[in-house]
Design a binder for this molecule. Structure first.
Ligand code: NZQ
Ligand code: ZN
Length: 389
């Protein structure tokens, strides 16, 4: 196992009614808050009204930036940072899914930075330029990305068809509220996409050529089994508290570094390949992953890494047979499961053809070949897109 520093500083308020805690928590940082939210779900399900009531009770002044897009854009980040600078905001409170939280994190970076967050941080990765940020907190309303408990932020720049991620310790939320009831209003499509996203984060950390990571892989299998058990239940009955609660906690544990601390390597190829797809076509991240994952699995499977597929097939899907039979069957099982949740099974099903494969593959390899199960170059990425057609 590699050396690691365990640092998961986000305080989680999990469960029914935990929103009541936000007044006291916010006051630890100051009396001025920027509320960041999406296109309206928090207004129709009552979360917005509840937050405003609590802010008023606690005499906390608030500013607002609504309308954040799924696959959030650079423009929203600049707008939010302006509001923070002008009003000396003490804390940014994101209310929504990963897009809203990611946008709040980018606002937090830009609000205390004189240069351009996009060029200097997201494109050129110059983490050392970050000296100070505005603290971020979140009220999670969609279980998927793990953004509520990690330091990642993924932003899109529409003009250049680029979608880029950035990570920094300082933008891990200082606290997050996770009330499973807030996800009752998430529709079947987004519930399916969220479940696949959680599973994909786990795959990215599970699949690697190294034979280390015994403990980490068992933790991952536990979370995978949880999602496989509860996602169909949540889709069937959106108000099943246990299902929503298990999926919500799985979302946070799936991508807060806990399951990868100490592992020699992780993969993250499918995410990179998907980000290019949603950058160009603006599709839902989890749906892109659902289509690409089985194609990626088929493409990278080799004698070199088959042990990982065998573990996966035996421990998750109870498969038996020769190693190759187990591996191939495990890929079929994965695809069957995703389609059973309602995920389209190919790119052509969502009207995507090969027009932009070259350019998307070029963007995917902009920082060089990537992936642990198999190092992928531009031609490999094109081949995976074609397998997913
Ligand atoms: O905009 P509103 O009205 O809020 O509607 C949203 C949006 O349309 C809706 N929604 C959210 N909560 C709801 C709800 N609808 C009804 N009831 C609720 N309680 O769901 C739609 C999708 O929301 P979004 O935030 O875009 O979804 P998600 O959480 O899947 O986030 C996706 C974004 O996160 C990035 C993705 O690339 C994508 O841009 N990722 C972020 C990561 C991270 N920070 O660690 C890692 C991931 O791999 C991912 O890349
Ligand atoms: Zn993801």
């Amino acid at each position: 196992m590699k050396n690691f520093v365990y640092s998961i500083p986000t305080k989680i308020f999990f469960g029914k009614g935990q929103i009541e805690k936000i007044g006291t928590e916010i006051l630890k940082y100051g009396k001025k808050v920027l509320l960041v939210y999406g296109k309206g779900s928090i207004k129709s399900n009552g979360i917005y009204d509840k937050v405003i009531e609590i802010l008023k009770e606690n005499e906390i002044e608030y500013f607002e930036l609504g309308g954040i897009d799924p696959n959030p854009r650079t423009e929203s980040v600049y707008k939010g940072a302006e509001i923070c600078k002008e009003n000396k905001v003490d804390l940014i409170l994101a209310m929504g899914g990963g897009s809203t939280i990611d946008c709040a994190k980018a606002i937090s970076l830009q609000s205390k930075y004189d240069g351009d967050f996009w060029e200097d941080l997201y494109i050129n990765g110059r983490k050392e330029l970050i000296k100070e940020v505005t603290p971020v907190a979140s009220i999670l309303t969609l279980s998927a990305t793990g953004s509520e408990m990690n330091g990642n932020s993924v932003i899109s720049k529409k003009e250049s068809n680029l979608k880029v991620g950035f990570s920094h310790e300082k933008i891990k939320p200082v606290f997050s509220v996770e009330d499973p009831e807030y996800t009752y209003s998430v529709n079947k499509y987004q519930t399916c996409a969220g479940a696949i996203d959680i599973m994909s984060h786990l795959f990215e950390q599970y699949f690697s050529t190294e034979k280390d990571g015994f403990l980490q892989n068992r933790l991952i299998e536990g979370i995978l089994k949880t999602v496989i058990h509860y996602a169909p239940i949540a889709i069937e009955n959106p108000k099943d508290y246990e299902a929503r609660a298990n999926i919500m906690w799985a979302s946070s544990l799936g991508l807060n570094e806990l399951v990868s601390y100490g592992k020699l390597s992780t993969d993250w190829a499918t995410h990179n390949i998907e980000h290019q797809l949603s950058a160009v076509y603006d599709i839902t991240h989890g749906i892109g992953l659902g289509i690409l994952t089985p194609a990626w699995m088929k493409y990278v499977l080799s004698e070199n890494n088959i042990h990982r597929f065998v573990d996966y097939g035996k421990n998750i899907w109870n498969l038996s047979g020769t190693d190759m039979e187990i591996a191939e069957k495990s890929i079929e099982k994965t695809k069957e499961f995703f389609t059973s949740l309602g995920c389209p099974s190919s790119l052509s099903e969502i009207n995507i053809d090969d027009t932009h494969f070259e350019k998307m593959a070029e963007n995917a390899v902009a920082r060089g070949a990537f992936g642990s199960m198999k190092k992928l170059n531009k031609e490999d990425v094109i081949a995976i897109y074609k397998l997913a057609l």
